[in-house]
Design a binder for this molecule. Structure first.
Ligand code: UN1
Length: 506
């Protein structure tokens, strides 16, 4: 696919074939910086998902019978392609989801890292040798593929997250049915072309473009052994609830957060301000790890506030392909509206607004991009109260609350942990005791010290606790969701001897 909008209507990839599928409807991929149409895509139906699952099921045994190393070979081709085409694909990511160009490229780099990690994993040991109570017994744990993995991925990392889900699942011997986000079908198309070009056997990898109804058909089908989901809390909770009730089926979901940064009285304020700006405004606040709560000690509050506000007023919003841009547009109108609603809610709940760039001035909007989904930072301070919705609910935008606290780290941790979520967070401090308290007490899947709370590397587990997720659909820990374990025990003697002192006499 070229970088220009095309006359072609793009198809699903099912059983090694490109197909229009069963439905008549199409949908468009739209550049959020100017509403230019980037391509038209067939919208998948339940019948298309059915066909993809049938293909995945049929390919299952042959794929599982290959060695890990043979399966990984296909992924190495994809790895080299991602490396060779990082700049080109990074621009496509930026065009399709609006994040600025260094982030577009980083998305592709992260995908390459994930594929490298998963393919390299093929040569790593895959089980545990376990001691037995009986000298003549061998015991060990084997991993086997689960079968068919259904993957549903979000628009904000349209290349990296699909590979978080799929690279390891494939190397471990599963077949895959994937639905890319409806906002980023172009990236979906390119990934499917890459796997096709790498020669992945037909049926092993299948892609159905579309919306929630197609996603739902994946979630509800009994042929799917594991559902991997990364996306909104609302959808993730439904999936976890549905799949959780079915024995034999697994769901690993990674959802949102209301991520906090604690700036203590011992903080280096250069690090604090820099980390907070990065965490709040990169990706225009649209990472699941973006920070919307800054919890700052009273001794440093005024200085931190002045410096943070000054920078938030200045961060450049603009054409995401321009290397000087810090924040691109939001992804669509719906996100802009949600951002506006939460800004209003904060006002109603008593916010003292410090930066209001919700609506940009005309001269801030880049020429030729008047139709983009533009917003700038919205920053406020608010007296802390447990019940305030604006500091409890995820906005997924550049909406940031400054919360002043007094007292010690116990108070900071109380405020920090008082959200339903537990994805990412950071502490900024020069005092190792405070840092260690944060490490030990923060209810988080990803915790940082003296860093932004974004930018995790793929070789670390990525996922949340509390309402941020169940299981890990991504990175290292995803092995638990895409493999089954068999505890294997073998007797090497002619006698039967039992553990726990159980008598074997008949
Ligand atoms: C997301 O926030 O939606 O840790 C994914 C990071 C990236 C992945 C973010 N590696 O910021």
């Amino acid at each position: 696919m070229s970088q220009q909008a095309s006359e072609e209507t793009y198809e699903h990839y099912i059983g090694g074939e490109w197909t229009e599928g069963h439905g008549d409807e199409t949908f468009e991929s739209v550049d959020p910086s100017n509403q230019e149409v980037l391509g038209e895509f067939h919208r998948g139906t339940e019948e298309d998902v059915d066909a993809a699952l049938a293909a995945a099921k049929e390919a299952e045994d042959e794929w599982a019978a290959l060695s890990y190393i043979d399966r990984a070979e296909y992924l190495w081709d994809v790895y080299h392609e991602l490396k060779d085409r990082t700049d080109e694909l990074g621009e496509i990511v930026t065009k399709e989801c609006g994040k600025e160009i260094s982030e577009g490229k980083a998305d592709v780099v992260e995908a390459a890292h994930m594929v490298e990690w998963a393919a390299g994993n093929a040569r790593h040991p895959h089980g545990d040798v376990v001691p037995s109570e009986i000298g003549s017994k061998d015991a060990y744990m084997r991993r086997k593929p689960r079968g068919v993995i259904g993957c549903i991925t979000p628009w904000n990392f349209p290349v990296a997250i699909p590979f978080w889900h799929m690279a390891l699942a494939l190397v471990e011997g599963n077949t895959v049915v994937w639905k890319p986000a409806e906002q980023t079908p172009w990236c979906g198309q390119i990934i499917a072309e890459m796997l096709e070009d790498a020669g992945v056997p037909e049926g092993v990898f299948n892609m159905v473009q579309g919306f929630g109804d197609a996603g739902n058909a994946i979630v509800e089908d009994d042929r799917v052994d594991t559902v991997l989901f990364t996306g909104s809390s609302e959808v993730g909770h439904k999936i976890a609830g549905k799949v959780g009730g079915e024995p034999g089926k697994l769901a690993a979901c990674e959802m949102g957060g209301k991520n906090g940064i604690v700036v203590t009285e011992e903080a280096d304020l250069d690090i604090a301000v820099h980390s907070a700006i990065m965490s709040s405004f990169k990706t225009t606040g649209q990472r699941c790890v973006s920070s919307e709560r800054l919890i700052v000690h009273e001794d440093v509050y005024d200085e931190f506030k002045d410096r943070y506000v000054e920078l938030a007023e200045q961060v450049s919003v603009g054409d995401p392909l321009d290397e000087d841009t810090f924040m691109g547009p939001m992804v669509n109108e719906e996100q802009v509206e949600k951002f506006g609603k939460y800004n209003d809610l904060a006002r109603q709940e008593g916010a003292n607004v410090l930066v209001d760039r919700e609506e940009l001035d005309d001269d801030e909007i880049p020429e030729g991009h008047e139709d983009g989904y533009w917003v700038g930072p919205f920053v406020y301070e608010i007296d802390y109260d447990d019940d305030l919705r604006c500091i409890q609910e995820e906005v997924f935008g550049p909406h940031v609350a400054l919360i002043e606290y007094s007292g010690d780290m116990d108070r900071a941790m109380e405020i920090h942990n008082n959200t339903p979520y537990g994805l990412a967070g950071a502490v900024i401090s020069e005092d190792y005791r405070q840092i260690n308290q944060f490490r030990d007490e923060a209810e988080l899947g990803l915790a940082y010290a003296n860093l932004p709370c974004i930018g995790a590397e793929v070789q670390l587990p990525f996922g949340g606790v509390k309402k941020s997720g169940n299981g890990y659909p991504s990175a290292r820990e995803a092995i638990e969701a895409v493999t089954e374990r068999t505890a294997w025990t073998m007797n090497n003697s002619k006698d039967i001897e039992m553990a726990q002192g159980l008598s074997a006499d008949i």
